[in-house]
Design a protein around this ligand. Structure first.
Ligand SMILES: Cc1cc2nc3c(=O)[nH]c(=O)nc-3n(C[C@H](O)[C@H](O)[C@H](O)COP(=O)(O)OP(=O)(O)OC[C@H]3O[C@@H](n4cnc5c(N)ncnc54)[C@H](O)[C@@H]3O)c2cc1C
Length: 408
């Protein structure tokens, strides 16, 4: 197990500076354009692939870094550049983590490379769990997967919503119900290979923020996939379902479901995205406060402004520490006994919303216009308290973990 450290090593600093350069030179200058266009920034993803930032190897290296600081560092720097574009670059990672968390070695080796494509022909992937009537309440999921034993195929029907890269992905990972009697314990994840008949994109959403990231419904109409597309395999699923049925009979011991396993692993990463956006807005506000003069002096000369900046920076640093701690714990297999993953996501996402709003206030009228980036950063920041578990759901997870009570 790696010691917990609050400092990047020399190699990590080099990677961070390289990422920062890409975020400053390629992502940030393109941010306003793709926000207005509300389209996937394929040329930027392509550029990221060319330099090695959009690649399976790079993410695997960061994901397995025992210090736990690799993924938070990547997220913070890219999202510092721009949240919408950065999500287009890292959105594939959520589907990849879904396969890493639940798949066999063979499935990992077969499907994750197809999620990324290569530098000459980049692809993206989507993780589809949410449904119109099953957002926070994952257990009310209705998408159904039925096993056709004669053909060794699964038949999947349902509608997924709010899927990042949904419909434009080369590979979709879909969570579906395999045993309705077991609630969320009766879910399993499936790979939907490229060009599978029956999968189509429903409506594409027009959003408040992260508008460069594609979000859409995914309709599954008699989608047939080979048995090998069940993540983890049939034997493991049957064992897991048998255990869940046994526990249900005995009276409700908790069993991790497929979607939650993905979200738990990714929560500190979302916290790091929020830290990146918050830091970006804080830096713009600090520079503005030092240069904008009113009443014959820089506005930072007023405690009312300077103290806001002091609070902003303090909260950003506190958020980063919670994220690093949770990420280190996750990588080193330390159980989240106080829901540390949820804590990090809750605090960092609320910080991003608060800090970006303060940045607008410090920039005054300019902050409210699209001439300056803080307006966009504030719109972007609102997503962090919603996706991968709302702030209320994080509080619920923390409170339940601390108390051991089924708090509602
Ligand atoms: C831009 C975007 C991208 C997304 N990407 C993906 C993706 O790639 N894959 C995917 O599967 N999903 C994705 N999502 C879905 C996202 O995870 C859900 O929106 C989120 O889980 C919340 O679900 P909901 O929208 O149905 O809200 P609801 O569950 O309907 O919640 C509405 C409100 O009620 C509150 N609430 C609900 N239950 C409780 C409770 N028990 N106690 C207290 N308050 C409660 C919530 O906190 C929230 O404030 C994305 C969403 C967006 C907006």
């Amino acid at each position: 197990m790696a010691e917990f450290t609050m400092e990047l090593n020399d190699e990590q600093k080099e990677v961070r500076d390289w990422l920062h350069g890409f975020a400053a030179d390629v992502i940030r200058p393109a941010a306003a354009e793709w926000d207005e266009r509300e389209e996937t920034p394929w040329p930027v993803i392509q550029e990221a692939a060319k330099v090695g930032i959009y690649s399976l190897d790079f993410y695997a290296q960061q994901y397995f870094d025992a210090s736990g600081l690799g993924i938070p560092m990547v997220m913070e720097e890219l999202f510092w550049g721009d949240a919408g574009i950065a999500l287009s670059i890292v959105g594939t990672g959520l589907a990849a983590v879904g396969v890493l968390a639940n798949g066999t070695d063979e499935q990992i080796g077969t499907w994750i490379p197809q999620m990324y494509g290569d530098a000459n022909d980049v692809k993206v992937a989507a993780f589809c769990s949410s449904e119109p009537d099953a957002g926070s309440d994952v257990a009310s999921m209705r998408t159904r997967a039925v096993y056709d034993e004669a053909k060794d195929e699964w038949v999947i029907n349902g509608t997924k919503t709010w899927a990042t890269n949904g419909g434009i992905a080369n590979v979709h990972v879909v969570v579906a119900v395999v045993d309705p009697e077991l609630g969320s314990k009766g879910h399993a994840s499936f790979i939907i290979p490229p060009n599978t008949p029956g999968l189509s994109q429903g409506q594409k959403f027009k959003k408040h923020g992260i508008r460069a990231s594609h979000t859409a419904e995914v309709v599954l109409d008699d989608v047939r996939v080979p048995g090998s597309c069940l993540l983890g395999g049939k034997e493991k699923l049957d064992e897991r379902l048998a255990r869940a049925r046994e526990k249900a009979k005995k009276g409700g011991e908790r069993v991790k479901n497929a979607a939650m396993a993905t979200f738990e692993a990714s929560r500190p990463a979302v916290g790091a995205m929020a830290v990146g956006t918050a830091r970006a807005a804080y830096e713009v506000a600090l520079e503005y406060a030092q240069t904008r003069e009113q009443f014959g002096r820089p506005i930072i000369d007023n405690q009312g402004v300077a103290f806001q900046l002091a609070d902003m920076r303090t909260q950003i640093d506190a958020a980063r520490l919670l994220v690093w701690r949770a990420s280190w714990m996750a990588v080193n297999g330390k159980p989240f006994t106080a829901a540390e993953g949820s804590m990090s996501k809750l605090f960092a996402s609320e910080t991003a919303k608060k800090v970006t709003a303060q940045a607008i206030q410090i920039l005054g009228g300019n902050g409210y216009t699209r001439e300056y980036p803080v307006e966009r950063m504030h719109r972007d920041a609102a997503i962090y308290t919603i996706f991968e578990g709302t702030s209320e759901i994080q509080r619920l997870v923390i409170a339940r973990t601390l108390s051991g009570m089924p708090i509602r």
